[in-house]
Write a protein that binds this ligand. Structure first.
Ligand SMILES: *[C@@H]1O[C@H](CO)[C@@H](O)[C@H](O)[C@H]1NC(C)=O
Ligand SMILES: *[C@@H]1O[C@H](CO)[C@@H](O)[C@H](O)[C@H]1NC(C)=O
Ligand SMILES: *[C@@H]1O[C@H](CO)[C@@H](O)[C@H](O)[C@H]1NC(C)=O
Ligand SMILES: *[C@@H]1O[C@H](CO)[C@@H](O)[C@H](O)[C@H]1NC(C)=O
Length: 456
């Protein structure tokens, strides 16, 4: 916010920017005004770069489909288009109405408060694969006509991909599909990132057309902050109770009818998926098979999985039906100890569309899976965490994400707050400041007395 007030002072009377989403009345192009005082940087993404100039900015996507690079030029409204930049798409910013082609964009745009300007959603829906809403605000916008949904199969229907009559200034283009005649496509390929923080960092990319860099940084820092905090507390926890600390093994696997077998992902030292860093932070060892995904038959799967402590089932899991169909599962430690979790707490469609931008909540889910009730301490506040995306298949039912009313223009994180242990002086008792004292007295003592029970 400091940066922004400075912006007003510098601008003085030459332009009236009461709102950064407005167009300056006159563009000052003599180098005395920086129209983008709030800048983002991509630290984790292997795909994205951005360069800032006084009156325009340029983003580079280096890992698009087929590795074809894409350059987008964002020119501040009222300013002239620089001739020095060759871009695939040029738009005026701050932009207004836009379209999307992928439900996984929705969470990013909701965090930025931008759902209201989404005029068009091109999606594919069929009897076999029906469209499912997972964001109440987005559904409200579709119901009230703010957002128009168009059902179009982008794979077979490229010829119809024409948005010239849709009153959109640009379309976030889903990288897998053809561009057809989309209005000013801006390609999005967050799914090509191999690092969880890189995927979250795409919120900074979604911010560029709207000059919402400050907001994007805030969301990113908050999500990363929570993840770092849980990770740091886990490390402290382990250091303090090293001898009692039991390292768990975990597998991610599910029966997939189209593979006619059990699909098992690789261990993290064979091939890293985006959650490997999380598993490592949390001190659980992911046991897997060969590179990528391996399909096992019943005999092979029993041999592979029976002794693994925790099973994260990467689909919907019904314990009764599963054990009835596959009686050998009763021999699994994870089933006997009731340590099986699926990813359908908020239904599978929500898992596919929202979890990336809710990684803080998912991180807490993983922490609870790997530490049981002990997790209540990992957030530094002693609050019991309710699973958000993972579901304890033996005790919990799925919940409909639409049961939660629209929280307002901006998405609200589903994660718990977290305080780093060192700030509450968990072990030492040498309190540095008053907040620590308070926590130590009201909560720290309880931690110490119950910790060993939980670790057993
Ligand atoms: C700036 O815009 C606001 C709101 O439109 C207006 O009230 C104000 O008079 C304008 N200031 C200048 C210096 O033009
Ligand atoms: C962007 O433009 C460059 C240069 O014209 C071209 O080589 C590249 O294929 C374009 N990228 C896309 C995604 O169309
Ligand atoms: C794009 O628009 C042009 C001109 O209106 C039309 O001839 C062409 O068929 C359209 N192509 C696609 C892929 O929609
Ligand atoms: C499972 O696969 C193994 C080979 O890895 C094979 O020997 C065995 O017969 C298969 N079992 C079944 C039930 O198909």
């Amino acid at each position: 916010m400091k940066l922004f007030s400075l912006f007003f002072v510098v601008l003085g009377a030459s332009a009236n920017l009461t709102d950064k989403t407005q167009c300056p009345t006159t563009c000052v192009e003599d180098g005395s005004v920086d129209y983008f005082p709030e800048k983002v940087e991509f630290e984790y993404s292997k795909c994205l770069r951005v360069e800032y100039y006084d009156t325009y900015k340029v983003s580079y996507l280096d890992c698009g489909p087929g590795d074809i690079p894409e350059t987008v030029l964002y020119v501040q409204c009222g300013c002239s288009v620089p001739s020095s930049i060759t871009a695939n798409t040029t738009i005026t910013v701050p932009a207004g109405n836009y379209g999307i082609q992928s439900t996984s964009n929705i969470a990013y745009l909701h965090y930025l408060g931008m759902l209201g300007q989404m005029k068009l959603e091109i999606e594919f829906s069929s009897d076999w694969y029906p469209y499912t809403f997972t964001d109440t605000c987005h559904k409200d916008n579709v119901d009230s006509g703010v957002t128009t949904q168009r059902n179009q199969d982008p794979q077979t229907d490229d010829g119809g991909l024409d948005t010239s009559g849709d009153n959109v200034e640009f379309v976030f283009h889903e990288g897998y599909y053809a561009k057809g005649n989309l209005t000013k496509p801006i390609t999005v390929t967050e799914y090509l990132e191999t690092d969880l923080l890189a995927q979250i960092e795409w919120i900074k990319f979604f911010a560029l057309p709207f000059n919402l860099e400050f907001e994007a940084d805030e969301v990113f820092d908050e999500i990363k902050g929570t993840m770092d905090c849980i990770g740091a507390n886990t490390a402290t926890f382990k250091d303090l109770y090293d001898t009692e600390y039991k390292t768990l093994t975990v597998m991610t696997a599910a029966y997939q009818p189209w593979s006619s077998g059990w699909v098992v992902s690789a261990s993290c030292d064979v091939s890293k998926d985006i959650y490997c860093d999380v598993f490592e932070d949390l001190g659980v060892t992911k046991i897997g098979k060969d590179y990528g995904f391996t399909v096992l038959n019943n005999t092979e799967f029993e041999e592979f999985g029976a002794k693994i402590d925790v099973w994260i089932y990467t689909d919907d899991f019904d314990p009764e039906a599963m054990v009835k169909t596959y009686p050998f599962l009763q021999n699994f430690d994870s089933v006997k100890e009731k340590r099986v979790y699926d990813v359908a707490k908020r239904t599978m469609p929500d898992w596919y569309t929202s979890r990336t931008m809710e990684s803080d909540a998912l991180y807490e889910d993983f922490a609870k899976v790997s530490h049981g009730k002990g997790f209540a301490f990992l957030d530094g506040q002693g609050t019991e965490h309710d699973y958000v995306f993972l579901r304890d298949v033996f005790t919990e039912k799925s919940i409909d994400p639409l049961a939660t009313p629209c929280p307002g223009a901006k998405k609200v994180s589903l994660a718990e707050q977290c305080i780093v242990f060192s700030e509450i002086e968990l072990a030492g008792g040498a309190q540095k400041h008053s907040r620590s004292v308070l926590f130590f007295v009201t909560f720290g003592a309880v931690v110490i007395s119950t910790l060993s029970a939980l670790l057993a």
